[in-house]
Design a protein around this ligand. Structure first.
Ligand SMILES: Cc1ncc(COP(=O)(O)O)c(C=O)c1O
Length: 379
């Protein structure tokens, strides 16, 4: 039986081949590889899509986080509250600014930061809160924004996995002071290399982000502030522009496939479902479930040509580079999630037949290992 792709970029490319070729050819013809017209065109389209006043494309999701922190003038000694259950870049960029990431544990069911636990960690050094909209579902932004407003803090949404998702009718990325996303190829909206974007409706912050992205220049060779080389290539912008043409269809597919996975896995005693909130949707940047004896389950699926991944096996407070920033037992839910999460193949071109194969194999592989945690409610 043919192996299933974890992220099926080949089928996506086949569907968009002509549009991508035309878009890339236009760049090759005009030759403006850095800050060419496609950069502005993409920024205008993404700003309109998100509802934010400004979109600033940057070199990657990591650059987006760093530039957002720089625009807010986060300094050594400052503290930024975030989650340890995320990709390292979230906390890494805080540390790179010389600031301290203060880890707050996650909700056991959604795996997003537990907003109710944030206020207790605010000190006089806290400058910002950086929630992550993990797996494609937005964190509790209303509660987080309310806490931030009470304490005069900025909020940066790490929307690397959630571009296209909605929260109370508004788009992820446009829910706080600044929103940062990634166009890493496997993200809901990906390019063919590295890329990212920052969203804001604050004119002053938008100007700061634009200048920081080009070495702090406010005009050619006028370096008003310290910046970096953080531009997104024109060719990558052209690819995202081509992909935008079927992005809405892809999101609908992702939502439908997510719902179908949940239905297929319903009542499987060995499979726990991610918690979903009624006031927001999930675009399934990853389709993640909870399982016991994960390594054995992964091996059994791999033997049947079904790839899986773990996002993330070891929360940041357990990583050597970050362990000193948090007491070992401060984030028990992140530890529990790290031991049991497993992501299944997900992309817009996944077929129902492939999904049936994954679900059947997963049911069989987990049948003898019922979930031990309380979150093991029906999918
Ligand atoms: C939550 C999160 N933040 C930040 C990043 C970094 O994005 P990039 O790989 O584009 O630098 C990623 C992507 O892997 C991510 O998943």
């Amino acid at each position: 039986m043919k192996n299933i792709e974890f992220t099926d970029l080949k089928s996506q490319y086949a569907a968009l081949k002509d549009r991508i070729a035309a878009r890339m050819q236009a760049v090759l013809d005009h030759g403006q590889y850095i800050m060419g017209p496609e950069v502005k065109e993409l920024e205008a389209q993404l700003a309109a899509y998100s509802g934010a006043k400004h979109c600033i494309t940057v070199g990657s999701g990591t650059d987006a986080l760093l530039i957002a922190l720089m625009a807010l003038d986060i300094q050594p000694g400052d503290e930024v509250i975030t989650t340890p259950f995320t990709f390292a870049a979230t906390a890494e960029m805080i540390v790179l600014r010389g600031a301290k990431p203060v880890f707050v544990d996650i909700e056991p069911d959604t795996c997003n930061i537990n907003a109710a636990a944030i206020e207790a960690r605010i000190t006089e050094r806290t400058r910002a809160i950086m929630p992550v909209s993990l797996y494609g579902q937005v964190a509790d932004m209303d509660a987080i924004n309310a806490i931030a407003a009470r304490h005069g803090l900025a909020v940066i949404e790490d929307a690397a996995q959630s571009f296209g998702a909605s929260y109370q009718g508004r788009k992820s990325g446009n829910l706080s002071t600044l929103g940062c996303t990634s166009f890493f190829p496997s993200k809901p909206l990906g390019c063919y290399g590295d890329g990212g974007a920052i969203f804001t409706s604050d004119d002053r912050l938008a100007t700061a982000c634009r200048e920081i992205r080009v070495h702090g220049q406010s005009a050619r060779y006028t370096h008003t502030r310290i910046g970096l080389g953080g531009r997104m290539d024109t060719l990558q912008c052209a690819i995202v522009l081509a992909k935008l043409e079927r992005f809405e269809w892809e999101l609908e597919q992702r939502r439908a496939l997510g719902a179908r996975y949940r239905q297929l896995l319903q009542n499987a005693p060995g499979v726990g479902a991610l918690g979903l909130r009624a006031d927001r949707d999930c675009v399934w940047g990853q389709f993640t479930v909870f399982v016991q004896d994960r390594a054995a389950v992964q091996a059994e699926l791999a033997a049947q040509g079904i790839p899986t991944a773990v996002h993330y096996p070891r929360p940041l407070h357990r990583q050597p580079a970050y362990a000193a920033l948090c007491c070992p037992d401060c984030c028990p839910e992140s530890d529990r999630a790290g031991a049991t999460v497993m992501s299944l193949p997900m992309s817009a071109d996944l077929t129902p037949a492939q999904q049936d194969r994954v679900a059947t194999a997963l049911r069989a592989a987990t049948a003898r290992s019922p979930l031990k945690t309380e979150r093991a409610t029906a999918v």
